[in-house]
Design a protein around this ligand. Structure first.
Ligand code: GRF
Length: 203
């Protein structure tokens, strides 16, 4: 008779930092840059049908749609967050990179993944937090804006900064042209910073 392995050996493997999930809702160009940079993405989680979902599928990355049924004031953020956390746990995720995810997640996310959720924001934080960071920078008339990769916390667009790059604002810029120039920098900076994080070079 073969002896049963000890309980610890029967348990599914614990998640580790290097198992990466990406959360996206938009065009997914940053997700695509991560994949092109050779980052191994274990799963992409989306909150709605979006081009990011198709980009992941085309790249052969598993996609989970944790759909929101409510975009109004009655939205149960904690219940939704719990569904996202459960999905990530099913994939044994250790690090979560938000890349244009359109839902603000509740505290449960940061309890489940302490210091393990990264975000990229299209401004030089702490300036211009929020959904309309590019428009706000243009309206403020700044000569330079940029992008920030940071550890996400319960406070939106807050948390320790891991990397930043400046982007010059041109007199002819519209919100779209400026955002596109910022995104081209994010597509380089975010994958690089994620790799350094996964390799333990960053806290
Ligand atoms: C990026 O500018 C990111 O900073 C912001 O959403 C944008 C995502 O772009 N949070 P894409 O959908 O990957 O093209």
């Amino acid at each position: 008779m073969t002896a049963r392995p000890p309980a610890a050996a029967r348990r599914p493997p614990a998640s580790d930092r290097s198992t990466l999930a990406v959360l996206a809702s938009g065009t997914g160009s940053i997700l695509e840059a991560m994949i092109a940079a050779g980052l191994e993405v274990a799963v992409v989680v989306v909150d709605r049908p979006c081009p990011a979902e198709e980009r992941a599928t085309d790249a052969g990355v598993p996609v989970e749609r944790v759909g929101r049924d409510d975009f109004g004031p009655g939205f149960d953020r904690e219940a939704y967050t719990a569904r996202v956390v459960d999905t990530l746990r099913c994939h044994r995720v250790g690090t979560v990179a938000m890349a244009g995810f359109g839902t603000v997640l509740g505290p449960g996310m940061f309890v489940a993944f302490p210091r393990r959720v990264l975000n990229t924001h299209p401004a030089l934080l702490p300036a211009f937090k929020g959904w309309h960071a590019v428009r706000a920078a243009l309206e403020a008339g700044v000569a330079v804006t940029g992008c920030t990769v940071h550890l996400a916390t319960e406070e939106v667009d807050d948390g320790p900064i891991l990397a930043q790059r400046p982007v010059e604002v041109l007199p002819s810029d519209t919100e779209t042209s400026l955002h596109e120039r910022i995104k081209s920098v994010e597509r380089e900076l975010y994958p690089q910073t994620i790799r350094r994080f996964l390799e333990g070079e960053l806290p």
